[in-house]
Ligand binder design. Sequence first.
Ligand SMILES: *Cc1c(COP(=O)(O)O)cnc(C)c1O
Length: 420
Amino acid sequence: MRREYVYLKVEEIPKHYYNVLADLPFQLDPPLDPETMEPISPEKLLAIFPESLIEQEISAERFIPIPEPVLKEYAVYRPTPLIRAAFLEEYLGTKTKIYYKYEGGNPTGSHKVNTALAQAYYNKNSGVKTLVTETGAGQWGSALSYAGKKFGLEIKVFMVKVSYEQKPFRKHLMNLFDGTVNPSPSNLTDFGKQFDESHPGTLGIAISEAIETVLKSQNAKYSLGSVLNHVLLHQTIIGLELKEQLKKVGLEPDMIVACHGGGSNFGGTILPFIPDLLDGKNIDLVAVEPESCPSLTKGEYRYDFGDTAGLTPLLKMYTMGKDFVPPSIHAGGLRYHGASPIVSRLYHEKMVKAVNISQEEVFNAGRIFAQVEGIIPAPESAHAIAYVMKEAKKNDKDSIVFTLSGHGYLDLSAYSINGK
Ligand SMILES: *Cc1c(COP(=O)(O)O)cnc(C)c1O
């Protein structure tokens, strides 16, 4: 058995995103206006998002064309390879074939750039000058800073303070692409000023700060790196490519796995397979989340705010509660109290599964993967690896595919203190 790569040509990059809302046998519960608790009007969302992205958020079109300038930028790093994890299979002594779709080989090292480029393009096209956002571990902030540079937008980032301090290199990466970064809670917003110096910050607080900044600025909009329908839509480029690659090698996996923070790499990977599921195909779609922030497996399914201040519309989702402060785990990208409404509903309908994994198991798996496969996985992605290793050891499946959402070269300090 040898390492095997399944490549697509640049011309084979999908030309459309896939919108699962067109195929779901149910309608999602609408986002609610925090002031009236009634379904929010698209006009109100215009304060923070451009019209084109609001349209995508509620679109019923099955396929949405990818604009030419975005396709051009995708060709910098797409199509991404599907790799047979032959060395991991050998290490585990398993008969289960393991493949991974590697999303780390791009300018900022994670799948987030897929939606960052699309969002930067649509905002630029509607005359926006500045995008304000939050970032956990810094992947989203770097991806948006890069995309902002490409499409000529100013990028302002509120970065969760614990990550800002643990991971200074992502700040350097954002600065390299001319993004401005502030640790959150900050004293730049009224909301941020309420917290004391020692607060580690959360994504929920950083989102509140970003939105407050947008509402007080001219020509600025807000940008979110996960959770929302249009973000998952952009990320379906992962699953669409994956389908083509699986066709090339004649593989019908028993299981598809991805880690889960807000749901964008998981959703982007599995949503294009939902029509197969609805056609009666037997395929397990599994989201893997941290034991310490188990929104799907331990959260409640109800309406909740996306942020801590309660400025965002309420979303129907699995949530730990907007005031939940997750422990300062190293997989900063998975420290979100909620989950995407699409993934939440699919989980509620038992169309997808979810599991949680301890940090120790995650780092052990990431370490082994680096040693045998030669790619250092992001701690977030190592959640998927840990679960896949467990499943492959059972030896009861023909094949498993997972998304390796990013590399861990900027998380080396976390590896050096974890999981020996
Ligand atoms: C942000 C991030 C995640 C988690 O976000 P999702 O929206 O759930 O995909 C996972 N992996 C990496 C590498 C990330 O940067």
